[in-house]
Design a protein around this ligand. Structure first.
Ligand code: ASP
Ligand code: MG
Length: 424
């Protein structure tokens, strides 16, 4: 039993869906749970619908129309006539959105967000499941909300593992008795009160990991538009090489520092059951990609780079220049936790404490205002944070050349540099 995950880019138009069908036909003999994201940029488009709705802005209709037309076009190109039952299915999803939109927002943003944005995954899986069946790639559609139970932290829902595991095993094994392929949604779940939740942006990887864990999958495969996990983002570095294998430990570190190939929450459930994760290309499905697993070392063992732009460095000190000691640090981390701030790097001296953070325009002003109640806060923005795992001293010298470096930190395996962004 394998768990596959296809992200938005792999199903962004009719051509892409046909390509996925081609890949799946090659696995007919295997039992697969296939987790799929919303098509292309649908999640962003539905976010626009939610935002307009919450502000009661008239653009809401236009925004929804775009999402509809995008999906209708794909359905036509996949050869569905308007009498095909899948049209009614897809229309049901839109009707569900319209029901929400008809009334003024009754509840908070995060709740409304989940009720609307979750339909992106419902749409894609309805269309793809029907298409596969229409060309003879037999599969059963599973509404993930029948099995993936969460709490009610909307937009960041936490899994009820015990219940989900029981339901997933029951339901999936029942279907697999008669069918080899199950199509289901990534990213979404359901509360005990039957409200739809989402697991956080890019959460479909996590869904696939949950299924893999609960079903003791042989391997989880994430199909992407890159050859595998690269040692650096090719956008920033022309020396990027594909890694053949990565240890769980390295994978967790890399995603923690901001590598975006896989969702950071994905690795842990897999590691717990020693299930390997393969990242491979839907454009070159014959290639092996990258395997993440219980390896003693990453291969090839080259320096891995993670570039994060739009960083801000805060230097925090007490107004009377007293020491930044444990009591102050405790207070500071209380504020970070409260504001849901992730610290990318930190450093302290006797009288000041520096943190490098994503310069999030929604979170930072509130954070700074809160800190200023008790501390003096200075900041530098327009910074870039470079994290290098498995570095050589020469790697770092090279990176620093001619750059304006604000912070440099090295541990045995990992080095981090904060530099001014304009330093190309
Ligand atoms: N569709 C969701 C998103 O774009 C989840 C995912 O793709 O993993 O964030
Ligand atoms: Mg996506």
């Amino acid at each position: 039993m394998y768990v596959f995950k296809f992200g938005g880019a792999s199903v962004k138009d009719a051509e892409a869906v046909k390509n996925v069908a081609g890949i799946l036909s090659g696995f007919r003999k295997d039992q697969l749970v296939i987790v799929i994201s919303a098509m292309g940029k649908t999640t962003n488009a539905l976010e626009k619908v939610v935002n307009a709705y919450m502000e009661q802005h008239p653009s809401v209709d236009e925004n929804l129309k775009e999402v509809k037309e995008f999906h209708f076009k794909i359905m036509k190109e996949l050869g569905f006539s308007e009498t095909d039952p899948v049209w009614a299915e897809v229309n049901n999803s839109f009707v569900e959105i319209e029901w929400v939109l008809e009334e003024k927002p009754q509840r908070e943003y995060n709740f409304c967000y989940d009720q609307i944005v979750s339909q992106g995954e419902m749409l894609s899986t309805k269309i793809i499941s029907a298409y596969l069946n229409s060309i003879g790639v037999k599969n059963k559609f599973l509404d993930v909300r029948d099995v993936l139970q969460t709490d009610d932290t909307f937009r960041e829902a936490r899994i009820n593992w015990e219940l989900s595991e029981r339901l997933i095993c029951q339901k999936v094994n029942e279907i697999l008795r008669s069918d080899n392929f199950i199509i289901t949604q990534g990213f979404i779940g359901i509360t005990s009160e039957n409200y739809t939740t989402t697991l956080g942006r890019e959460g479909s990887d996590y869904t696939a990991a949950i299924f893999s864990y609960c079903l003791n999958a042989k391997e989880m495969m994430v199909w992407k538009d890159v050859p595998g996990v690269m040692s650096a983002d090719p956008k920033f570095s022309d020396e990027a090489v594909k890694l053949d294998q990565i240890s769980y430990h390295d994978a967790i570190e890399l995603t923690y520092y901001g590598a975006t190939v896989i969702h950071p929450k994905t690795i842990k459930p897999l590691e717990n059951k020693n299930i390997p994760l393969r990242v491979r290309s839907f454009k070159a499905p014959q290639e092996k990609g990258t395997s993440i697993g219980n390896y003693s070392a990453t291969k090839p063992l080259v320096p891995c780079f993670i570039f994060k732009s739009n960083q801000i460095l805060l230097s925090i000190s007490a107004p009377d220049f007293s020491f930044i000691a444990e009591d102050n640090l405790c207070r500071l981390f209380g504020v970070f936790a409260d504001k849901k701030i992730k610290v990318n790097l930190m450093q302290n001296s006797a009288i000041s404490f520096s943190v490098c953070l994503d310069n999030d325009p929604f979170k930072l002003p509130g954070l700074i205002a809160e800190l200023k109640k008790e501390f003096t806060v200075l900041y530098n923005d327009n910074l870039r944070l470079i994290t290098v795992r498995h570095y050589y001293p020469s790697t770092i010298d090279q990176l620093m050349k001619g750059k304006d470096i604000l912070v440099e930190q090295r541990s045995r395996q990992t080095a981090q540099l904060v530099m001014r962004e304009n330093a190309a």
